[in-house]
Ligand binder design. Sequence first.
Ligand SMILES: C[S@@+](CC[C@H](N)C(=O)[O-])C[C@H]1O[C@@H](n2cnc3c(N)ncnc32)[C@H](O)[C@@H]1O
Length: 275
Amino acid sequence: MDIYSGKSPAHPWFLVTTSLRPTPAQTDLAKHLAVTLQAPFVKRNDFSLETLSTRFSAAGLVVVSSQRVSYISGGSEFFFHPGIAKLRIKELKSGKTDQMIAAMSLLPGDTVLDCTLGLGADAVVAGYISGACGRITGLESSPVIAALVERGLATYTDKDQDITPAMRRVKVININYKEYLASLEPCCFDVVYFDPMFRFPRRNSPSINAARSLADHAPVCREAVAIALKVATKRVVMKERRNSSEFARLGFKTIVGGRYAPVVYGVIELRGKSQ
Ligand SMILES: C[S@@+](CC[C@H](N)C(=O)[O-])C[C@H]1O[C@@H](n2cnc3c(N)ncnc32)[C@H](O)[C@@H]1O
C-alpha cells in the first residue's frame, strides 16, 4: 500500500482512500484531500475498508467514490447532503415559519456568521433567505467536517433552482470560532449564530450522530458571546434544547421557538447599533 502524504495525521487518526477501481480524477481528489487534511493517502487496491482500517489502526477513513466523499467510522458514514435544508426551504416557500430565520430576523441582503457550521443545513437555509446580496460565512473546527461540507456545498446540484445558489453562497472556513471572532472588526456581520453540540446529546439525529466522533463538543464560552455581541449589528442567536441552562449562563433572555419544539433559539437583540 502506498502512503502518499508524509505529513503528520490530523486527530482522530484517519486515512484517505478511494472506492474500489477509482477513476484517475477520484484518485487525484483523494490525494488532494490527503494533503489538505494532513492525513496519509492509501491506495485502495482490492482491500476492504475494514482491512485498511485494521492494518493502519485507523479510527476512520475518508473515502472518495463516484457518488460522494464520505467519512466512514465504526459502521457509520458521514457525508454532505442538503436534505434537511431542502425540506426547510420548501416549507419557507410554502409560507411556513422557520424558527431559526425568525430568531435571526433575517432579511434579504443580511450577512451571517455561522460559528458552528456542522453539516451546513442552517447556513444553507440562511443563504436562501439572505439571497444573492447576502453573505454567509460558516466556521468549522473539525478539518474533516469542514472539508467534506465545503466540497458538498461547492459541487452538489439540485433540481430546485433555489437550493444550488443557496449552497454556493456559504463560504467555509476551517477554524475555531474563538480564533476567528477575535480577529474580526466590530459590526462586520448582521447576525452571529451558534449551534453547539448539545450538552446532553440527542439520539434522533443520524447525520449528526455520524459526525459526532469528529465534532468539537466544547460548550460555548462567555468570552465568545461577548465578542459576538461586538461583531454583530442585529442579533446574536444560539440554538439549544428547550429549558437548557446554557441560555441563562450565556445571557440569552429572549427565547424563540415553537411551543412544543424540543429545540429553541436564544436571542440577544442589538438595538441601536450602526448597520
Ligand atoms: C450541532 S453541529 C452544527 C449543526 C449545523 N448548525 C447544521 O445545520 O448542520 C455543531 C458543529 O459545530 C462545530 N464546532 C463546535 N465548536 C466549534 C468551535 N469552537 N469552532 C468551530 N466549530 C465548532 C462542531 O465540530 C460541529 O460540527
